[in-house]
Design a protein around this ligand. Structure first.
Ligand SMILES: [Zn+2]
Length: 88
């Protein structure tokens, strides 16, 4: 079971966005624009995927796209992940 430490995990996401992303255009599904409410509906799923070491960017690209632009939702997600990790 992969158990990412929260800060490092986010840093690696941020780094991957800063480095390759946008330049190389990885083969990710096309993301739709969704609003915060929709993100909150999917956030449980998203957090589970992250905790399980899956790649939610591929499985839930809409949410990922939103998180890049919305600090509020990103904070919510981080709190949720902390809660899940603490629960284990
Ligand atoms: Zn949002």
């Amino acid at each position: 079971m992969i158990k990412p430490s929260n800060s490092n995990f986010w840093q690696s996401i941020i780094n991957s966005v800063k480095s390759g992303w946008g330049k190389k255009k990885p083969a990710l599904p096309k993301a739709k624009k969704i609003n915060c409410r929709k993100v909150w509906e999917l956030m449980d799923q998203y957090a589970d995927l992250m905790v399980l070491g899956q790649d939610p960017r591929v499985l839930l690209p809409d949410v990922y796209q939103h998180l890049l632009a919305c600090p509020k939702c990103k904070e919510e997600l981080q709190a949720l992940i902390r809660a899940i990790e603490a629960d284990k």
